[in-house]
Design a protein around this ligand. Sequence first.
Ligand code: PLP
Length: 454
Amino acid sequence: PALRQLDVAHHLPAQSSYALQQELGGSRIITHAKGCTVTDGEGHSLLDGMAGLWCVNVGYGRDELAEVAYRQMLELPYYNTFFRTATPPPVELAARLAGLLAKAHGGELQHIFFNSSGSESNDTVFRLVRTYWMLKGQGDRSVFISRHNAYHGSTVASASLGGMDFMHVQGGLPIPGIEHVMQPYPFGEGFGEDPEAFAARAAQAIEDRILAIGPEKIAAFIGEPVQGAGGVIIPPPGYWQKVEAICRKYGILLVADEVICGFGRLGSWFGFQHFGFTPDIVSMAKGLSSGYLPISATAVSREIVATLRASGEEFVHGYTYSGHPVCAAVALANLDILEREDLIGRTARDTGPYLAAAMAERLAPHPLVGEARSLGLIGAVEIVAEKGTNRRHGGGGKAGPIVRDHCIARGLMVRAIRDSIVMSPPLVITHAQIDQLVDTIAAALDDAGEALSR
Ligand code: PLP
């Protein structure tokens, strides 16, 4: 309890209401974790249905990651990459990522820039793309196209790239030169529409905007293969192929934000692999180190780096912690675990389908559920006021938090995004834990039924 009081007195948590923090008497203090279970300071254990924040892919309590960090700290805790210097771990990690990307992508994405977070990676994308076009003598190509409800981070540029209006209100965003188009949300904008027709319509919205602005002004299109923080929005089949074709038609760079999808979440190394498209730039974070230390990576095509090289110019961008040796060493060891335990193959063949079947059997039929969808180990349950529709209780935003709180009270950590409950458990989750996840959400829906019918 003392820590909770200090939390209220001094600590400002991220993306939080400080009134609510105070009202609750402080944040829940998570003190330790093992596997897929986190425990708080009052001894309550929770099944972690969110893998921290979509990131702890290899689960908690991996001694080998701690040992790697310890050894690297003793040997060399830090050196920069500003002085024509580097350290071994980021160089090795860049080569390792280039190898993984070559297998997934065909060898174009061979160059890696390191940062500490997904937001910073997308800021790197923003400056790199504009620098690239400037060096190509096409500096007018400066506009980014993104989607409504996209999440690309919380810095000024990355929150501007994101399409969350409630974030834009604070800080007077977006900054100029960023356009947002319709999201490919089958249960929202595409409700009741034939998926193929909706895919075509959502892609056409992008082309229409490109033509309205002028194709010669568009620098890049950025998108999450599956929108995560927007509510686990899985695009309809064919959408990404159409988006890719539009980008190629007008010579626009295609950026995949793989911060959530990368490193196995969808049952593939990268989300673009699952959907079958080939981006020019890829942002990665979260699962790259399973959240054990902060690190992100921006993968860039050969063509972009060739242009920078040919110009002889410096790319005057980067962070003190770009290529941090301890973070990179931990990321390398994390990739070893993903490979050794075949956690990605297991997600594709075993746990992903098991989750989908459990959701179809035990959540989809629930009277409050409009849709229960998943891909690999990411999923969402849409709560509706009337089955067969996408009509929401009280106009929207009421049901999600109620159901989430019942989940937490029953020992399951999940997140509410508007009126959906989203999940993204560690990739080490067992069948029994998936059953617990699904059955707890079903029970929480039952708990919430009465409050929602009022
Ligand atoms: N991009 C996506 C798709 C994300 O989901 C997130 C975070 O949730 C970010 C970028 C930002 O990453 P970070 O919070 O590490 O800055």
